[in-house]
Design a protein around this ligand. Structure first.
Ligand SMILES: NC(=O)c1ccc[n+]([C@@H]2O[C@H](COP(=O)([O-])OP(=O)(O)OC[C@H]3O[C@@H](n4cnc5c(N)ncnc54)[C@H](O)[C@@H]3O)[C@@H](O)[C@H]2O)c1
Length: 439
């Protein structure tokens, strides 16, 4: 039966402001991509919102609309991007330095890209040890920085005339931190902002400022931001969506589609060794142990949750999982990932799988940024507040309610996402049962 209580979704009227802390490789590839697509210079390959469809009703009905026709999403021409960065290069200069896209394309987009000048960043080198830059706020308390970001948001809204806003973190990975006392309640957190508590990171200041300004927040990096009680309390209180964390773009994406396949055939796993060489600024930041630790934790959990060693002790209780990232400047953004997978089959006989993924980090991440921006805006217009588990599809370490385990299997994640869209529009959820065709 269709869900009779389909969700009220406010129309996507007016322009959507996309606020991005961090204007490096991923952000500039995203912005340049938007401009290229608007001019017919490229296609949004990799984007579910732009190219995906959703099957509705029975298989015999032949109804598979495009996702962007099925739910009311902002159009690409209606996106206005604003960024913060610690460097004062405009988006054209930053894209040239990032070295992801070819100069022939960037030259054609020079005018719109040069118009995007980053706002002054909230930055604390204790959280990103390998970087330092001139375009940073100074001389204030953490609460004052939050207020300045809120002011930036107000001014951006006025300047561009956008009707709605969403924020997505594409800044560097901050060092690993666990939630501390200051993250326990909103009151503790606000008190900590006043007192410059050292446990409050720059990303948490942006997220606080966004949520206070009525703007949802998605985290594309693996560090701790809204995945703590204080900011979740604020998101619920303000009726705003939050999502995270760490874009699932390359190696972990492959891991979460191969591991469910091995498990489906009950093939055992002795070990999975994953290593990467990466030469962009992200690679440089991740070369520092504190930032690497954030990434390592986020990259490591997927296999355990997918393989469920507690349910399949003969197959998955004792596998060895190791993840490495090596900073290797000559490769730039063209990351190379290797996976060696030691599996075993019938009677325990060993086999090996080798994967060598010669990928492009920001080319894989840019469409995820686009989809998240559009879906977060949709969620906000649909009044969906707090953690958006249906967006787990996009993340290496999906945020989840404390009593639940996260869903990592990419196919379950996609089904969850599409069923959420069906649910929003009052369509039948698809169970893939299929018995009804053979009655
Ligand atoms: N590319 C991918 O496939 C991928 C996948 C998962 C996660 N990520 C994460 O996305 C983020 C962006 O990746 P990237 O390749 O664009 O990195 P990048 O180093 O090219 O860009 C990050 C930018 O953030 C800026 N920055 C750092 N701290 C800031 C702050 N406090 N405020 C404002 N700006 C700040 C830096 O100056 C830099 O320009 C990283 O955290 C990365 O780990 C990327």
């Amino acid at each position: 039966m269709p869900n009779p209580h389909n969700v009220q979704i406010a129309p996507a009227e007016g322009k959507l402001g996309v606020l991005i802390p961090g204007m490096g490789a991923v952000t500039t590839t995203f912005i340049a991509g938007l401009e290229a697509i608007k001019r017919g210079l490229g296609k949004p390959i990799g984007s579910l919102t732009q190219l995906g469809t959703v099957r509705l009703g029975k298989r015999t009905e032949g109804r598979s609309p495009a996702i962007k026709d099925f739910v009311p999403l902002a159009g690409l021409a209606d996106l206005e991007v604003g960024c913060w960065d610690i460097f004062d290069d405009n988006a054209y200069e930053a894209a040239v330095k990032a070295g992801v896209l070819e100069m022939t394309l960037l030259e054609k987009l020079k005018e719109p890209l040069s118009a995007i000048q980053p706002m002054r960043a909230v930055f604390d080198q204790k959280f990103v040890k390998r970087l330092n830059g001139p375009n940073v706020m100074s001389g204030g308390s953490k609460m004052e920085y939050a207020e300045r970001v809120m002011d930036d948001i107000r001014q951006f809204k006025q300047r561009t005339g956008v009707s709605r806003l969403t924020m997505i973190w594409c800044g560097s990975t901050e060092v690993y931190h666990e939630p501390a006392a200051v993250h326990a309640t909103l009151k503790d957190f606000e008190c900590g902002l006043q007192k410059d508590d050292p446990e409050i990171s720059p990303s948490q200041i942006y997220a606080y400022a966004a949520l206070k300004s009525g703007v949802g927040y998605a985290n594309g990096a693996p560090h701790l931001t809204t995945d703590m009680p204080a900011l979740l309390e604020l998101a619920r209180h303000m009726n705003l969506p939050v999502a995270g964390k760490d874009y699932k773009s390359g190696q972990t994406f492959l891991k979460t589609l191969i591991a469910p396949g091995l498990k489906s055939r009950l093939l055992g796993l002795h070990g999975w060794f994953s290593t990467n060489i990466l030469g962009n600024r992200d690679g440089e930041v991740l070369d520092e142990p504190g930032s690497f630790r954030s990434k390592e934790v986020s990259k490591s959990s997927a296999l355990e949750y997918i393989l469920q060693g507690q349910l399949y002790p003969d197959l998955y209780r004792d596998f060895y999982h190791k993840v490495r990232i090596e900073y290797y400047p000559p490769r730039g953004d063209a990351k190379e990932g290797w996976d060696n997978i030691d599996i075993f089959g019938w009677l325990g006989y060993p086999m090996q799988i080798k994967i060598n993924f010669l990928c492009r980090d920001s080319i894989l991440a840019a469409p995820l940024v686009l989809d998240l921006v559009l879906f977060m805006d949709l969620a906000q217009r649909a009044g969906m507040r707090g953690i958006q588990e249906w967006l787990s599809f996009y993340f290496k370490a999906p945020m989840h309610a404390p009593e639940l385990y996260p869903e990592h299997d990419v196919f379950i994640q996609l089904m969850k996402l599409k069923n959420t869209l069906r649910w929003m529009r009052g369509e039948d959820l698809i169970t893939h049962l299929g018995l009804e065709y053979y009655d």
